[in-house]
Design a protein around this ligand. Structure first.
Ligand SMILES: [Fe+2]
Length: 196
């Protein structure tokens, strides 16, 4: 079981230059989650967030997307409840003095508000919230779920997680029409995988 102080120690070995750190943080996520669902979900979120950022005209520096993405669920090593707020606090502790203040503000907003119950104040926050939803409706992630979960577990996952996240996806299809073409096929493929 990885603890916060294990992560602190791991973080100290990572490069402190933001562009290099953004790549190295994948290893922190893998250290925290191993080959568990949360690693594949995080991987998927980062990949979607970078694509969404490009298709809406790259309003955010890509390395900031990666930093926020890799860290968004990191506090789930201590469980799901309150992980977004806790993840924000840990990230602030780790990145204060490494990222310029304005960039840090974007990353922290993304981490704190990536879920379905809060609302981001920044574009990075919105990209992360959208990609978090896409990171559940993702064929690769669901293939992992299919291998590791029973049909009953998938049914619960669909009702508790996926349907809520689909509402978020639809919200962003309305906000950024250009993302619909990018993401719709993946949603349709994911839908086939959860019919079991
Ligand atoms: Fe989360």
């Amino acid at each position: 079981m990885v603890t916060k102080s294990d992560l602190d120690r791991f973080f100290n070995f990572l490069p402190k230059k933001p562009e290099l750190l953004s790549k190295a943080l994948a290893s922190l996520a893998y250290y925290a989650f191993g080959t568990d669902f949360l690693f594949y979900h995080t991987l998927s979120l980062v990949s979607w967030a970078k694509k969404v950022n490009e298709v809406i005209g790259r309003p955010i520096k890509p390395y900031l997307i990666e930093i926020a993405g890799w860290l968004h669920d990191i506090a789930q090593i201590e469980g799901h409840k309150g992980h977004a707020k806790k993840g924000r606090a840990w990230t602030e502790e780790w990145l204060d003095g490494i990222l310029p203040e304005e960039d840090l503000r974007l990353v922290l907003d993304g981490i704190e508000n990536h879920g379905t119950s809060t609302s981001p104040r920044t574009i990075l926050g919105h990209i992360l919230r959208f990609s978090d939803a896409l990171g559940v409706w993702n064929p690769t992630v669901l293939a992992w779920v299919r291998t590791n979960a029973s049909c009953e577990e998938i049914r619960v996952f669909r009702e508790k997680q996926m349907e809520k996240k689909l509402l978020v996806v639809e919200e962003y299809w309305n906000r950024w029409a250009e993302t619909r073409g990018l993401t719709k096929k993946s949603i349709e493929e994911a839908r086939k995988l959860i019919e079991c």
